[in-house]
Design a protein around this ligand. Sequence first.
Ligand code: HEC
Ligand code: HEC
Ligand code: HEC
Ligand code: HEC
Length: 176
Amino acid sequence: MKRTFGLLALVAAAVVVPSVASAQHAYVGVKACTMCHKSEKQGQQLAIWEKSKHAGAFTTLTSDKANEIAKSKGLTKPAAESPECLECHTIKGGPDGADPKQGVQCESCHGAGADYKAMAVMKVRDNAVKGGMVVFADKAAIEASCKTCHNEKSPTAKPFNFEERWKEIAHKKPAA
Ligand code: HEC
Ligand code: HEC
Ligand code: HEC
Ligand code: HEC
């Protein structure tokens, strides 16, 4: 049963965010993004992410509460070592190049960055997408990507109101 759930999660992620699923791009971690995406002019992505619960998502798995949940689900390892918990609390697809302790980070949503983070690539959107950057067609696509983790497979699942939750983490560049 658990295996089936894991597979379903993978299939769902593959449908919604295809570039994340293609694991040929390596993860580079938050600092490799925020060297360019942190100023007020850029939209303060670093500060907004640091304040969000996403930044602490791995640390949450080291709590007593998390270990109790893991135990009650019959897992034999602590939560922070169980793939069944890590799959939503850190980057999907493995920690190559990025520290899993960064929790849910830039690349969890935007795709593994090794092949698009260079300025020359980033400046040309189409090239960034070719390099693995995930783009969202519309609001519905964004909501669907959130729901690859915000769903009933979370042992502590709460109802997910997209409009409200999005406001809590929105990190847009101010209009010039
Ligand atoms: C060397 C600087 C640099 C680095 C490093 C960098 N970016 Fe960018 N990024 C840019 C520039 C320049 C743009 C073009 C838009 C702009 O001027 O803000 C951009 C645009 C973007 C966009 C908007 C794309 C769109 O058009 O919808 C996203 C999302 C993004 N970057 C995410 C990331 C992530 C995630 C990382 C780390 C893996 C990263 N960037 C690393 C400079 C950078
Ligand atoms: C890779 C999995 C993943 C994705 C994708 C994801 N989240 Fe989360 N999110 C989490 C986890 C895990 C937590 C809980 C972190 C904690 O409490 O330590 C969380 C917590 C939050 C919180 C804090 C409120 C709460 O319920 O505790 C907000 C707000 C949020 N997410 C919004 C979003 C939005 C909006 C999107 C889509 C744009 C999104 N998330 C996509 C995994 C994810
Ligand atoms: C929970 C998912 C999630 C996380 C984590 C996240 N982003 Fe985003 N980001 C989004 C979404 C969704 C958008 C909006 C895309 C759109 O409107 O098409 C966005 C937009 C952006 C943009 C474009 C902003 C603009 O002016 O339009 C940049 C740049 C960016 N993110 C960089 C980052 C960086 C850097 C980090 C890490 C510090 C990060 N993001 C973390 C989901 C996320
Ligand atoms: C399907 C994705 C997903 C999986 C799998 C998952 N989580 Fe989470 N977790 C989340 C999200 C999203 C949140 C934010 C709250 C929510 O569920 O809306 C969260 C929040 C939490 C919290 C903080 C919430 C609170 O009320 O204190 C704990 C603790 C936690 N998870 C433990 C675990 C453990 C332990 C496992 C493994 C047995 C696990 N999670 C597996 C997505 C997931």
